[in-house]
Design a protein around this ligand. Structure first.
Ligand code: AMP
Ligand code: MG
Length: 340
């Protein structure tokens, strides 16, 4: 017996109405939220998903970032980094696996950059007053007094016992040049665990991208012009991965008519002077974060040489004169807007 036409029509209308109802209730869209961790604004965008999934994933990412800040920030009392610093020259301190991971990576990059990146810059950072209200230019004597304490080779990591030890009293670990990158990496990992299709995280210039853009186009990441926040110095096209920028305009103060910034040359104890900004593209955000700081300190020649020697890492170096230098592997993935 044939089903009467009107029954099929009613069924079809019912299915279409229900689909419209559910699509309206749970639209597949892009969602974005902002929070603050490690003294930095963090934006997380999840693409092509339901509101419920987006909220669950973003909450999981923010919870993890908060947990990591409590471990890795020197500004949180009782954090691993604080306890390590308080025990400097005395005893090894038992820490979380993430502290071992980030500190080990920091020491690797210190080694790679011949100490231009040094996670023991803590005493210098404090001497200049970064992280406090009292920013000031220290005297040459004050700088000379703390320079011997800046020495990444005196950080002892015992992976078997999960401890970290700073060999000299007064030494201070400062993971400010790598920890933001790490929280971005964790964000990407969590999004993968939740099977999110696409994610964009930006932690104060440390960007992590996972998955394909819903439109199918490549992601475009703009690099700010160091001397004009309204302009782009370059635009990068990337499929997936991480981009980080270190610039002499990010954190600054003025004294005696001079501007001072927060990226310190661990050898001289003063802000690194040659470059205006460095942008690094890599597959890991911890690496792009730490390398942007390292290359900034190394300067154009040594910095570009380091980038050319590293597999899977590219970079854009902008010097104080505004000249843009691009590593050879970026090819047609970079666009440099011309001034009109
Ligand atoms: P970034 O903005 O990623 O370049 O990191 C700058 C932060 O890293 C500073 O605020 C300091 O906490 C820390 N830092 C400054 N100079 C260095 C350096 N030469 N090596 C490692 N960390 C540094
Ligand atoms: Mg950095």
């Amino acid at each position: 017996m044939k089903t009467p036409f009107y029954k099929i029509a009613v069924l079809l209308i019912l299915i279409i109405s229900l689909s419209i109802y559910f699509l309206k209730r749970c639209p597949i869209e892009d969602y974005k939220q902002t929070a603050f961790f490690m003294d930095t604004r963090v934006d997380v965008a999840v693409y092509n998903t339901s509101k419920k999934q987006a909220e669950t994933v973003i909450q999981a990412i923010f919870d993890e970032m908060q947990r990591l800040e409590n471990i890795l920030s020197k500004h949180v009392s009782g954090s691993d980094v604080n306890r390590i610093n308080e025990a400097a020259g005395r005893v090894p301190v038992t820490v979380e696996p993430e502290t071992i991971l980030v500190t080990s990576r920091a020491l690797e990059i210190a080694e790679l950059s011949s100490g231009a990146f040094d996670p023991t810059v803590g005493p210098l950072v404090e001497l200049w007053g970064w992280g406090t209200e009292k920013l000031k230019v220290p005297s040459a004597e004050e700088i000379d007094a703390v320079l011997p304490l800046v020495n990444y080779k005196a950080v002892k990591i015992d992976k078997d016992n999960s401890t970290i030890f700073l060999a000299e009293p007064g030494m201070k670990l400062d993971l400010g040049g790598i920890a933001k990158g790490f929280i971005v990496d964790r964000g990407r990992e969590i999004a993968q665990q939740f099977s999110v299709k696409a994610l964009f995280v930006n932690a104060g210039g440390d960007i992590g991208i996972m998955g394909k853009k819903p439109s199918g186009e490549k992601w475009r990441v703009a690099v700010q012009s160091p001397r004009d926040p309204q302009k782009w110095a370059a635009i990068l096209e990337i499929e997936e991965g991480c981009v980080a920028t270190s610039g002499d305009y990010e954190r600054i103060f003025e004294e005696g008519g001079e501007i001072y910034h927060h990226i310190l040359d661990p050898e001289k104890g003063i802000p690194a002077g040659e470059l205006a900004s460095v942008t690094i593209v890599a597959s890991e955000s911890m690496l792009s974060d730490a390398l942007s700081t390292a290359v900034f300190v190394l300067g154009k020649d040594k910095g570009m040489q380091l980038l050319e020697n590293l597999e899977g890492v590219e970079g854009i170096v902008i010097d104080k004169q505004g000249e843009i230098h691009v590593s050879s592997g970026l090819g047609d993935r970079i666009e440099i807007p011309q001034d009109e």
